[in-house]
Write a protein that binds this ligand. Structure first.
Ligand SMILES: C[S@@+](CC[C@H](N)C(=O)[O-])C[C@H]1O[C@@H](n2cnc3c(N)ncnc32)[C@H](O)[C@@H]1O
Length: 199
C-alpha cells in the first residue's frame, strides 16, 4: 500500500516540483514537515541535505510509526516525529523552515488562518514557509483533484481548497513576504507552490 502511495506521490510531485521546494528549503537546521504521513518527503528532503533536522507531525499513529522506522532505516538520526494535529500538537519552535505538502485543504476553512498564524509563531525570524497545495482554477482541474482526494478521505472529511490569491492575501496580512508559482503538470492537477518568508 505504502509502496503504491510512494509511486503515485512521486508521479504527482515530479522532480521539477520537488526541486523547486528543495531549493527553497534551508539546507541545514530545524524543519517542520506538517502532515508528514509516513515520512516520504522527510526521507527525500533529509537525504538531499543530510544536515536537515526534520520534525514531522501527523495525526495518524500508524503513519508516524512508519515514518520513524523509515528514518531509522535510512540513518536519518536527527529526524523526529510527533503524533498530533497541527492545530494543537506539542511542537517546540523555532524552526528555520516549515513545509506543508497537500495538507492545508484537509483543514476546515475556518481553521486555516489560525494554523498559518501558528506557523508564523513557530518560525524563526526570516524563516521560510512552503505550502504546496491545489488552487481552484481551472475548474476541471479542481474537480479532478477533488475526486481523487475523495477516494482517499471519503465523504465525511472537509476538503477546503482556496484560490492561491486568497492564500497570498492571508499570508501577507499575517506578516509574510509571499511569492508563488503555478506548476504545470501533464495531469490536470492545478498545483501551486507558495513560498512565504516571515518578515
Ligand atoms: C494528502 S496527505 C499528504 C501527506 C504528505 N504530506 C505527502 O505529501 O505525501 C495529507 C496528510 O495530512 C495529514 N493531516 C490531515 N489533517 C491534519 C492535521 N489537522 N494536522 C496534521 N496533519 C494532518 C493526514 O493524516 C495525511 O497524512
Amino acid at each position: 500500500m505504502e509502496r503504491a502511495y510512494s509511486l503515485v506521490r512521486f508521479s504527482i510531485l515530479r522532480p521539477k516540483l520537488l526541486s523547486v521546494m528543495d531549493l527553497m528549503l534551508t539546507d541545514e537546521g530545524r524543519i517542520l514537515d506538517v502532515g508528514c504521513g509516513f515520512g516520504l518527503f522527510a526521507a527525500y528532503f533529509g537525504q538531499t541535505h543530510p544536515r536537515r533536522s526534520i520534525v514531522g507531525v501527523d495525526p495518524s499513529e500508524r503513519r508516524i510509526a512508519m515514518a520513524r522506522s523509515v528514518a531509522a532505516k535510512l540513518g536519518l538520526r536527527d529526524h523526529s516525529f510527533v503524533v498530533g494535529d497541527v492545530r494543537d500538537a506539542a511542537l517546540e519552535g523555532p524552526f528555520d523552515a516549515i513545509y506543508v505538502l497537500d495538507v492545508m485543504h484537509h483543514l476546515p476553512h475556518e481553521d486555516q488562518e489560525q494554523v498559518l498564524e501558528r506557523f508564523r509563531s513557530l518560525l524563526a525570524p526570516g524563516g521560510m514557509l512552503i505550502i504546496k497545495d491545489i488552487t481552484t482554477e481551472p475548474r476541471f482541474g479542481l474537480l479532478f483533484t477533488e475526486l481523487l482526494d475523495r477516494v482517499m478521505v471519503g465523504w465525511n472529511e472537509p476538503l477546503a481548497y482556496r484560490h492561491h490569491r486568497e492564500w497570498g492575501e492571508m499570508l501577507t496580512s499575517l506578516g509574510f513576504k509571499v511569492r508563488m508559482v503555478r506548476v504545470p503538470d501533464i495531469l490536470p492537477y492545478p498545483h501551486v507552490v507558495i513560498a512565504a518568508r516571515k518578515t
